[in-house]
Design a protein around this ligand. Structure first.
Ligand code: ATP
Ligand code: MG
Length: 320
């Protein structure tokens, strides 16, 4: 096992047992055989429509859900229930909604101090206080705000509190689950820039989940595109945005506004036909085939796996 990668996800599956309309228990395949790897200090962007399984990938990766199948490796070590507590210090998560992810009854000091307590990282109260204040400074909050409660803060400030809490244990990897999408557009850029500055200073790797392809392009070294629980395409960030190969990525990109009118005029808007199928009732073969303009019989018979099209550009498609 080489340690080129910090995080490796191998054939991850997360099936939730749910009842269908007839009351029968069926597996909802939220994540279905997903593999990827992230190098130290690297950002992998994860994009895809609502409900395609992005959050579930992040949560299963950190074992907030017990995976149905698959392996997570961290720094060359297989992560298990037994050693997860150790790894929790290395792998953290920043949540989408800074309103519901902070305990309203706790002060900022206690919210940020909690992981320090859990991992017994401070010898006494004074040391804990010092570390909390240092973390608050790192994310641009004032020391006087330490005794306040979450409701006294704006969305952007709350997200800073969530980030400080994630940083408390000096993680080497952070899952950032749509960390700016609940925030006002005017402050999204500030928070995105903060994630970048922190990475420069501290060298963490990120799995950066977002809807917004332009934000993901800005943030990420590589981008993975998900559809119905599967990764359809993964490549370096510029290749995915400028030379997409998978028809699903093409259609996602065709909906993104382009600032340059010359390029915008040449580009064709691809509108997908039909609805996203239910993950409780997935099509046989390729999950995208029911909406794909290139679909053939082979697509219905067999699900394509990711294959390398050169320079680390991986695509799961029979026809492109
Ligand atoms: N705990 C759960 N129990 C049952 N089904 C779940 C659970 N969590 C997620 N799902 C289902 O799994 C699928 C993937 O959900 P997930 O939240 O991972 O999507 P997402 O890509 O993060 O969406 P969004 O962009 O809206 O955040 C959805 O169909 C969702 O309804
Ligand atoms: Mg989500």
């Amino acid at each position: 096992m080489s340690n080129e990668y910090l995080v490796e996800v191998k054939n991850l599956k997360q099936y939730f047992p749910v009842r269908n309309s007839k009351g029968k228990l069926v597996p909802l395949k939220a994540v279905d055989d997903v593999s990827f790897a992230i190098k130290p200090g690297e950002t992998l962007g994860l994009v895809g429509e609502s409900g395609c399984g992005k959050t579930t990938v992040g949560r299963s990766l950190l074992r907030l859900y017990k995976p149905t199948a698959g392996e997570i490796w961290f720094d060359g070590q297989l992560v298990t229930d037994k050693n997860m507590h150790e790894h929790r210090k290395e792998m953290q998560m920043v949540f989408q909604d800074p309103y519901s992810s902070l305990d309203p009854r706790m002060t900022v000091e206690d919210i940020i101090g909690e992981p320090l307590d859990i991992h017994k990282l401070c010898k006494n109260k004074a040391e804990r206080r010092e570390r909390v204040l240092e973390l608050m400074k790192t994310v641009g909050l004032n020391a006087e705000q330490a005794t306040r409660y979450p409701h006294e803060f704006s969305g952007g400030q709350r997200q800073r509190i969530g980030i400080a809490r994630a940083l408390a244990v000096n993680p080497r990897f952070i899952v950032c689950d749509e960390p700016v999408s609940a925030l006002d557009v005017s402050i999204q850029a500030q928070v995105v820039n903060m994630f970048e500055d922190l990475q420069q200073q501290l060298g963490m790797a990120y799995l950066f989940i977002a809807h917004d392809l332009l934000v993901v392009h800005h943030m990420s070294d590589r981008i993975a595109v998900m559809y119905l629980g599967k990764i359809m395409e993964v490549a370096d960030s510029d290749s995915v945005i400028n030379h997409p190969i998978h028809p699903y990525t093409e259609s996602l990109l065709s909906a993104v506004p382009i600032p340059d009118p010359k390029i915008a005029r040449t580009r064709q808007r691809i509108v997908l036909e039909g609805d996203v199928p239910s993950p409780m009732n997935m099509p046989q073969g390729c999950p995208f085939r029911t909406r794909c303009r290139y679909a053939t019989e082979q697509c219905a018979a067999e699900c394509p796996t990711l294959t390398d099209r050169g320079n680390g550009h991986f695509v799961a498609c029979w026809n492109r």
